[in-house]
Design a binder for this molecule. Structure first.
Ligand SMILES: *Cc1c(COP(=O)(O)O)cnc(C)c1O
Length: 410
């Protein structure tokens, strides 16, 4: 009989969102009249920017005609999109990134998981706690951890806790690590890293031959002009960092699917015999072997994000969500709740009133206010006692949610 991958057995049974789904379905079936508002899963709610829709329509029409029909495109993405990315996301910010260092894909979730294939099994991995669960679970699947303890922490991973006590500024690892996941603006805390902070990490990585896996899925939400949008704004990052970007949260592409990963040719890792070699050819090989490119209409849609109208529309979309976040923060603060994030990110990270356990607060919020959020402990042991509210919603729902929070906590 075939053998299954035993590493999958180490995964904690209830991945966060299915568990939330189970509890919400149960409550909804027992309380069919309740109008539940979901401020939980990080999915966008507003329609695509019109410039994106127009570009996708045009692209579909091109495919309908023999003379402009296209089949397989380059696996790494069409040059029209890679060039727009290089010019707008990197050159415009003074970052030196070449077009062939950009790999267009169908999502950052897949990329942050798939990247592990080009790294050896023996690498030690550092993650910030709380964290986007994908980083942890993909390392478990890849066999880079032992079993989990009761708090959900896996043996072999190096956890760096961030809480209100350290102002959500992660300390450098206290033992040698090879891979470091950083996500800024952060999911779930909504916090950002200053230029000094990021410089600290880049200097650490270069001094210790570590590689930073930098997830910038929320860079479009940065409002503070002093906060870097890309790790490559930090001198030396080209030698030690891989960056993940996505159109999902920026331009409402969660259902459309388009993202990209930047692998500079100057990022090196070593062979078993200790010889330094670039990672770029390995990622190129992996991408071209296992992926056949993002669809042409989607890449045209992504290109339109960088057009003058697209930029304006994306900015309006981002500002809409950020206003939701601001309203949520203001309301919670007026109720005496400690809140973090929500300024340069679509997430509000709150301390549960009275230090209640995250899941217990989840159940209370659901049963009393018919509101769904995300328990902080689901993102890691250090998230216990915290709760994430997402600003991805209609204004109407946010206002109604605020009214219910005031009734419940006021
Ligand atoms: C939403 C999100 C992404 C984007 O994932 P896609 O697969 O591109 O939709 C990446 N990283 C984090 C932390 C996210 O929250």
């Amino acid at each position: 009989m075939a053998l299954l991958n035993p590493d999958y057995a180490k995964l904690k049974a209830g991945y966060l969102f299915p568990e939330i789904g189970r509890r919400v379905s149960k409550f909804a079936s027992e309380n069919p009249q309740a109008k539940i508002i979901r401020l939980g899963i990080g999915d966008v709610t507003e329609p695509l920017p019109p410039a994106v829709v127009a570009a996708m329509h045009t692209a579909v029409d091109e495919l309908a005609v023999r003379s402009s029909f296209r089949g397989y495109g380059p696996e790494q993405g069409y040059d029209f999109l890679r060039q727009a990315i290089v010019d707008n996301d990197f050159k415009a910010r003074g970052c030196d990134i070449a077009i062939d260092e950009v790999f267009v894909s169908d999502g950052s979730k897949c990329d942050t998981g798939n990247i592990l294939e080009i790294f050896g099994a023996g690498n030690t991995v550092a993650i910030i706690d709380p964290v986007y669960p994908v980083y942890v679970d993909t390392n478990v699947m890849a066999g880079r951890t032992g079993a989990a303890d009761e708090s959900g922490r896996y043996e072999g991973l190096v956890y760096i806790p961030v809480t209100a006590e350290n102002n959500f500024v992660p300390a450098l690892p206290d033992r040698p690590v090879d891979l470091i996941y950083l996500c800024y603006p952060n999911n779930p805390t909504g916090m950002v890293a200053t230029r000094e902070e990021l410089t600290k990490w880049v200097n650490y990585a270069r001094a210790n031959d570590a590689i930073i896996l930098f997830d910038a899925a929320y860079e479009a939400f940065i409002t503070d002009p002093a906060i870097p949008h890309s790790i490559y704004e930090i001198p030396g990052a080209r030698d030690c960092a891989i960056e993940f970007r996505s159109f999902s949260k920026t331009a409402g592409f969660t259902g459309v699917r388009c993202a990209f990963t930047v692998v500079p040719k100057t990022v090196m890792a070593k062979t078993p015999s200790g010889e330094k070699q670039p990672l770029h050819p390995l990622w190129n090989r992996r991408h071209t072997t296992k992926f056949n490119g993002v669809s042409y209409p989607v890449q045209r849609g992504a290109e339109a994000v960088y057009s003058p109208e697209g930029k304006q529309q994306v900015k309006a979309l981002v500002n809409f969500y950020l206003t939701n976040a601001k309203l949520l923060c203001e309301a919670l603060r007026s109720l005496g709740v400690n809140v973090f994030g929500g300024v340069n990110a679509p997430y509000v990270w709150m301390q549960t009133p009275g230090g209640e356990a995250s899941w217990s607060f989840f159940d209370k919020l659901l049963s009393k206010a018919h509101l769904v959020g995300t328990p902080g402990s689901g993102f890691g042991a250090a998230g216990e006692g915290y709760f994430r509210l997402s600003a991805f919603n209609s204004r109407e729902n946010v206002e109604e949610a605020i009214a219910r929070l005031k009734t419940m906590l006021g």
